[in-house]
Design a protein around this ligand. Structure first.
Ligand code: NAP
Ligand code: MG
Length: 482
């Protein structure tokens, strides 16, 4: 089969002009590692400077564009994107490894981020009077300036759009740096919408994080960095950015615990939600369940039910409708997860691999892994302590709830957590004690309303709650008194 590269292969965007470089890297299909899906430009530091120059100029115009017009242009852009979602699904699957269902859902959420953001902008932007003051005081908003958006490969579309769109709506200009493993759908979708805004409002530079990402952090004209990725890179970005006072919006790694209490309802639906919480996108989700602590009285039942549920998983090329779980996105991650599994097998732990291969003949051509349940494992083990970011789940029994809460909190991460119990009051009482940006009751998922976000705490994030699709994070409020 001759595969055709997407039109945007190897392209990047500065000031409304699509450019190419000699220096490129291949983007690989993780379901068939010999297939090159397209190329990614390896931009230089000079390219980054030019992108920031363009963003700086565009900011002068865009920041003074009325809220009405900004919302209108975003609405128009969302309509453009919604018309081309279908044609992007297969590209997204081919470069990322998600299943068709997962890929389409992510793409549709990007359209929603745009249209809902546009709908909300005017109401949110309104000045807010501060009552009961001797003076007449109001809180007003203003954008911050050039914003860098640096995003990861696991869910590159939504994690780019969820940051870049509110930044643009709020009147900032953006320089986007998508992940090198998986940039093509992001770039192609940005190409569909960029002309809705003045040139230079959206710029895209691609290439190595240590060159392009670092150059973005170093430039004192970048006022905000919205970074989503690993905690390790997040820390590097903090130190690289320290030559000027930038606002850092950080969404980092996670090692989410699920606490399953003795009175939990473990019916078919609940088990399905637990499976989804673990195996969505092959476990390559920041806020996936990465450790389970289950009351001893329900341990055997949970293992038995989860094993049966995992056995229904069909692993294969996400482009095939029968696949319910795709491959690991890239070779580095595949090596990390498979070696972690191997070390776990060498320990005293019991590893049970479940699920079915969709196509055994082509299995070795991709970065496929069947899902595994690990038991007889200690809280101090490597698998429990690290963010595995793959389809392996350790399950640990507990007898004392206080001890379980302590183990759940015994991590530097603090992204999400879940409590599984029939009693809502118990769930809330436990949630109050769990160190996480958000806690779900009888589920481990995302907030359905995209405007709501509760970024991670501890080493999982550096932001605040947001009820307005992150608009607050890309603006400065200021007081006006008369
Ligand atoms: P990553 O290695 O940290 O990379 C993320 C982005 O940062 C990529 O675009 C990368 O570029 C860039 N980068 C690398 N080094 C950089 C540097 N020195 N300066 C500036 N940018 C740099 O993360 P990943 O492996 O792509 O994603 C997986 C991780 O992200 C997991 O830990 C996961 O939990 C976390 N994550 C968190 C959330 C959340 O919302 N909390 C969501 C999704 C993922 P290259 O692509 O060129 O390396
Ligand atoms: Mg872990």
């Amino acid at each position: 089969m001759i595969s055709v590269f997407p039109e945007t292969s190897g392209q990047f965007l500065i000031n409304g002009e699509w450019k190419k470089t000699q220096d490129v890297a291949n983007v690989i299909n993780p379901a068939k590692a010999t297939e090159v899906v397209g190329e990614v430009a390896l931009c230089s530091e000079t390219d980054v400077t030019k992108a920031i120059d363009a963003a700086e100029q565009a900011y002068k115009v865009w920041s003074r564009t009325s809220v009405e017009e900004r919302a209108e242009r975003m609405k128009e852009a969302s309509q453009k994107l919604s018309r081309v979602i279908e044609q992007h699904v297969s590209l997204f699957v081919r470069e990322n490894g998600k299943t068709i269902v997962e890929a389409k859902k992510d793409l549709l959420r990007c359209v929603e981020v745009m249209s809902k953001g546009a709908d909300n902008l005017m109401e949110w932007w309104k000045p807010e009077p501060v009552e009961g003051q001797a003076q007449k005081v109001q809180i007003r908003k203003r954008p911050r300036g050039v914003t860098a958006v640096i995003s990861p490969w696991n869910s590159p579309m939504i994690l780019t759009f969820k940051r870049a769109i509110p930044a643009i709506l709020a009147g900032n200009s953006v320089v986007i740096k998508p992940a090198t493993y998986c940039p093509l759908t992001v770039i192609s979708c940005l190409k569909e919408i960029e002309a809705s805004f003045p040139p230079g409002v959206i710029n895209v530079v691609t290439g190595s994080g240590s060159v392009v990402g670092e150059a973005l952090c170093n430039d004192t004209r970048v006022r905000t960095i919205a970074f989503t990725g690993s905690t390790e890179t997040g820390k590097q970005i903090m130190s690289q950015s320290a030559n000027s006072v930038k606002k850092l919006y950080m969404e980092l790694g996670g090692n989410d615990p699920a606490l399953i209490l003795d009175d939990a309802v473990l019916d078919e639906d609940a088990i399905k939600r637990i499976r989804m919480g673990i195996l969505r996108a092959s476990g390559q989700v920041c806020s996936a369940i990465k450790r389970i602590y289950v009351h001893k009285s329900r341990y055997d039942e949970l293992i038995d039910k989860l094993k049966k549920e995992f056995d229904r998983v069909v692993v294969g090329n996400g482009i095939q409708p029968d696949a319910t779980m795709g491959p690991i996105n890239n070779q580095t991650q595949y090596k990390f997860v498979t070696e972690l599994l191997e070390r776990t097998k060498q320990s005293a732990a019991k590893v049970e691999t479940a699920g079915r291969k969709l196509d055994a003949a082509s299995w070795d051509e991709g970065y496929f892994m069947l899902p595994s349940i690990v038991t007889n494992i200690s809280h101090d083990s490597e698998l429990v302590k690290t963010e595995q970011f793959g389809p392996i789940i350790p399950v640990l029994p507990f007898t004392d709830l206080d001890e379980a809460v302590e183990m759940a909190n015994d991590t530097e991460f603090g992204l999400r957590a879940s409590v599984w119990t029939a009693n809502e009051d118990t769930a809330i009482a436990i949630a109050d004690r769990l160190e996480a940006g958000a806690v779900f009751h009888n589920n481990h998922t995302v907030f359905k309303d995209l405007r709501l976000d509760f970024p991670g705490i501890k080493e999982s994030g550096l932001s605040r709650e947001t009820r307005w699709g992150s608009l607050e994070l890309f603006t400065d409020s200021y007081g006006f008194a008369d």
